[in-house]
Design a protein around this ligand. Structure first.
Ligand code: ZN
Length: 225
């Protein structure tokens, strides 16, 4: 299936000895605690989201494995200076019955990264887009894999009292994580396509725009205030 983009939010991450050991598993030389800045990203969960999609728990578990070692790209406003962060640990955390993928990332504290770290700490840079791919997009009404075949059920529509949603299943790959600018365009009237036989291919730019748009309304998680 095409790449899926989902919103994530920066949160504070206390830096423990365990974190430092995991970070050093990614680095070529031994890094000291004062050399690294760490943060965490509250990413996708197993609840039906505003795209009428949810990740299955086994998919979240597998994505946690796939994301370790992936880079975190900066918004284009910052990327020219070459700052980057890397995911050094990931896991699925459960709060109130909701299972969420949480990614832990680190950056090196250097003169070149001072401004971007300041922007993350200050809550200026906090909206993130997480890219991944799954093998199956299962219709909750009839069980059809929408990635292969259009079944006719529209996610978000109700059939016999049951709201149709899509179960994103079997993680295929984890892509980069990017800080994003929050756009102003509303997403009214857009219906997502999955690219299965019988439907038009989905548009990657549209998917990203929808993921970015969803950032505006989701306001869970903390920042650095
Ligand atoms: Zn269906």
């Amino acid at each position: 299936m095409d790449e899926i983009k989902k919103a994530a939010f920066v949160q504070k991450q206390p830096r423990t000895e365990e974190d430092l050991a995991l970070i050093n598993a990614q680095a070529l030389r031994e890094l000291k605690a004062e050399e690294v800045f760490v943060f965490r990203l509250a990413a996708c969960d197993d609840q039906v989201d505003r795209d009428n999609e949810r990740f299955t728990l086994s998919t979240l578990d597998r994505l946690a494995e796939l994301f370790v070692g992936r880079t975190v790209l900066m918004d284009h406003q910052w990327s020219a200076r070459g700052q980057t962060a890397r995911i050094y640990a990931a896991g699925v955390e459960e709060h109130g019955g909701i299972h969420r993928l949480v990614l832990r990332a680190y950056m090196l504290r250097m003169p070149e990264t001072e401004s971007v770290i300041g922007a993350i700490e200050g809550g200026i840079l906090r909206e993130v887009s997480v890219g991944c791919a799954v093998k199956r997009a299962l219709c909750s009404v009839c069980g059809a894999d929408k990635a292969r075949k259009a079944c006719g059920h529209q996610p978000g529509q109700t059939y016999d009292g049951q709201m149709c949603h899509v179960d994103l299943d079997q993680a295929e790959d984890a892509y980069e994580v990017s800080f994003v600018a929050v756009p102003a365009q509303p997403r009214a009237g857009v219906i997502k396509q999955y690219g299965g036989e019988g439907t038009p291919r989905s548009d990657a730019a549209l998917s990203l725009a929808l993921a970015r748009q969803s950032l505006e309304e989701l306001r869970y998680g903390g920042n650095f205030t």
